[in-house]
Structures are given as C-alpha cells and as structure tokens.
Write a new protein. Structure first.
Length: 452
C-alpha cells in the first residue's frame, strides 16, 4: 500500500473519459443490502440510525427555536452558517488528523462530544434560560467536532467493508441517514408542539449512546487494515496537490461545493415556507422535511443498486435537482409543493452519493481522509458563505425567490462542470436523430472527426 508521499509523487493516472466511464469497475457480488452481511458494518449502521434520528430531531427543533426566538430567516441562516463555519476554516486539518489516527478511537471521542452538545442545549432550553446566542454557540461547537468526525466516519467505512463493498456501503449510509430523516422531523414536530424543543435536544443527546456502544462492540481483528499516514510536514498541501491533478476528483468536488453552498439551504427555505407562505406551525415544517426524506431515501436505495458511479449521472442529476427547485418554488398550492419535495430530495441525494462514492473509489487509501475532508469542506463548509446570503434573499424577496435562486445556481454550476468534464476527457456532444427524436451522447473528438 502506498504512503501519502508516494501517492503525491506518482504521475496522475490518465482520465480519457471522465463522463462516460465509471469511476471504478463495477463491484461484484453485491445486492442492495450486501454490505450489511459484514458484522462490523451492520453494528455501525444500527448505531448510526439511532443517532441520526436524534440529529434530525435536533435540527428541526434548533431551526424552529431560532425562528421562534427571533422571527427571522436570516437568524436561521446564521445558525446554519455557524454550524458549518468550522468545516470551512479547519476541514482540511480534520482530514489530516483522520489519516494519521485510529479512526475508531477518533469516532469514540467525537460521538461522545456530539452527545454532550445535545444535552447542554437541552438543559438550557428545559430550564427556560435559552437565548439565541446559546444556540449559536452550541451550533459552532458541534461544527468544530464535525471537522474531525466527518472525514473519520467517511473513511472508516472502507476499513469496515473493504473495497469490494465500499460503494454499496456509502449508498446505504445515505439511506440510513435519510431513513432517520423520515422519523426525526416527524417526532420533533410532535414534541415541539406538545412539550417544546427541549425534549428533542434531550433525546438527541441520549441517542449517541447507541453509536458509542456499537463502536466498542466491534471486532477490531475484522477491520481492513489501512496504513496510517505518519506525522510530517506538508501533508495538507500534499492532499490539495493530489486532488488538483485529477479532473475526476476536482470537478465533482467543485460541483458539490456550489450545490452545498446555494442549493441545500432547506432549513431556511422550508421553515420560511411553513411560516410565511402556508402560515403553519412546527408540525408542517417537520412534514415537509419528512417528505423530502422520502425522496432522498429512494435516491439512496437506487444508488445502492447501481454497480458504478458515472460522472454523466452526477451532472444530469445536479441539473434536474436545480430545475426542480426552481419549479417547486413557484407552485401555487401546499400539496403540490409538498409532493415536489420528493423528487427534489431524490435527485439531491443522487448528486451527493454519486459524488461521494466516485471520489472514494478513485482515491488512494492513504489519501482518503484528506480527500474526503476536502469533499465535506466544500459541500458543507460553503454553507457559512451561502446560508446568510440565502437567508437575506429569502427575508427580502420572499421564500419563493430565495428557493428559486438556489436552484438556478445549482443548475448553472452543473452545466459548467459538465462542460469542463467533457473537455478534460476530450469529448464533444454528438446529436443523432433516431425516429425523429434527438439523441444526445458524448463521444471522443477523434471519433467525431472520423465520422465526419
């Protein structure tokens, strides 16, 4: 297995066709749930579905609490921004730490710290002392923990399942997260309406007992050994150079950066639609989040069935995601709006999973922590830049304009990245007429010239 420095000094592999070719050959011996046959991963997934449910409960309760305390979508955007600001500032350092350290040990520490933040916010809320700055501070601390937790958790999947089941496990991780999203917002909505936000925070803090328990129950002898990167100078720059020389890594990361910054600000939009457009309460906000989770879960399960992650699928899903956001923003009635959130969630999750799995499959194991840290940094770390802007647009021009603007940026970014991937692979668009219908494909320039 190559070390980090060896990966950096080797020439970048040729990428003649980044749109048409899968990131890696299709994995064999997989079904939709094949990675769950592995005991360690099965334990991990069980713990995560419990803590993810608590996390979604806290997200809904946190957003609604801020909106209740301030009446401002901008304040909700600031809360979201503070939670993701540490990823923007320190995300790459988190990747370096993940590459250097035992990931299971790191996760024991980060999951415990996340549980403590939930319990602290619960104590403040239940005692009636909570102020908006408390929520801001808790969100920022949670973001600091996430800087290390995200790359460690993402790259630890490879150690649990190995390369053959990696793509399937990444997809099931997303399905796990979205399954919790079906339950968490609905439970949070009921709790907030019945007894207030504090109990949602309390249950989230307690939910981290589950992942801590399963991490301790894992059989370390069954983990796939990955050589840890020794401490050394220049490892951060080394990771950036590694990504910069590979278009099959850099352009998907650029795309998810735009989409994460401007297209995934759903806490701002959905809370504003529930409150300002449809004049409803926390229960409706939870329902909208659950409907989007239905689409996301469908997208994750479909991804788990696919044996490869093609760049053209990533680009097409991102374009459709942006267009659907624009359409959804201007529908006139509540139930049409709610129904369209299902495909919005499906295509948004398809973008996330396709980018995640293709990047992991094409990255050297010794560099995976740093590469995934960069991926998560641009996907979630862009939120501190985008969320306040999107919140201001939503407050100033209304939720419909704010939602549509995010979709427009996502669609335009997808078109631009698609063009750059085609150029990197030496591709051009070829249009054929079959039975009177146009058929658009990407072909090598040499083939196009020969055909002409």
């Amino acid at each position: 297995m190559s070390t980090g420095s060896g990966a950096d000094s080797a020439p970048a592999p040729p990428t003649p066709d980044p749109i048409e070719q899968p990131a890696q050959p299709a994995q064999t011996g997989t079904s939709m749930f094949s990675s769950l046959r592995i005991r360690n991963y099965r334990l991990f997934a069980t713990g995560q579905v419990v803590s993810n449910t608590g996390t979604w409960m806290q997200r809904i309760a946190q957003d609604w609490l801020v909106l209740t305390l301030t009446g401002s979508s901008t304040a909700v955007g600031i809360t979201t921004a503070l939670q993701f600001l540490p990823m923007l500032l320190f995300g790459l350092y988190g990747g370096v730490i993940a590459d250097r350290c035992n990931k299971r040990t790191l996760l024991l520490g980060t999951q415990a710290a996340m549980g403590i933040t939930g319990l602290a916010l619960a104590a403040l809320t239940l005692t009636g002392h909570v102020q908006v700055w408390h929520v801001y501070a808790t969100a920022f601390v949670l973001g600091l923990v996430t800087v290390v937790d995200n790359p460690a958790r993402q790259s630890f999947v490879h150690e649990m399942v190995g390369p053959d089941q990696l793509r399937n496990a990444v997809s099931l991780n997303s399905a796990n997260f979205q399954s919790a999203r079906l339950v968490g917002p609905a439970v949070a909505g009921v709790l907030i309406t019945a007894v207030g936000s504090g109990y949602a925070f309390l249950l989230n803090g307690l939910s981290f007992i589950a992942p801590l328990t399963v991490l301790l129950l894992m059989r370390t002898s069954e983990l796939h050994r990955v050589e840890r990167t020794p401490r050394g100078k220049g490892q951060l720059r080394e990771g950036l150079r590694y990504v910069a020389g590979r278009p099959e890594l850099i352009w998907p990361i650029v795309l998810v950066g735009f989409i994460g910054t401007f297209g995934f600000n759903f806490p701002i939009w959905l809370s504003a639609f529930a409150d300002d457009v449809f004049h409803a309460g926390a229960g409706t906000y939870g329902l909208l989040n659950s409907l989007m989770a239905v689409g996301s879960l469908i997208g994750a399960l479909l991804a788990a069935r696919r044996g490869s992650s093609r760049m053209r699928l990533l680009v097409a899903a991102a374009i459709l995601f942006g267009v659907l956001e624009i359409v959804t923003a201007f529908v006139p009635t509540f139930w049409i709006f709610a129904a369209l959130l299902v495909p919005v969630g499906m295509f948004g999750l398809t973008v996330n999973v396709t980018a995640n799995s293709s990047i992991q499959m094409t990255t050297d194991p010794a560099m995976r922590g740093r590469v995934m840290a960069l991926f998560m940094m641009v996907f979630t770390g862009g939120t501190p830049l985008g969320a306040p802007v999107v919140g201001w647009v939503t407050d100033t021009y209304g939720p419909r304009v704010g939602f549509a603007a995010g979709g427009a940026v996502a669609a335009l970014a997808a078109v631009g990245v698609g063009v750059m991937l085609a150029r990197a692979g030496g591709l051009r668009v070829k249009i054929d007429m079959e039975r009177g219908r146009p058929r658009v494909t990407f072909v090598q320039r040499e083939r196009l010239a020969t055909a002409a």
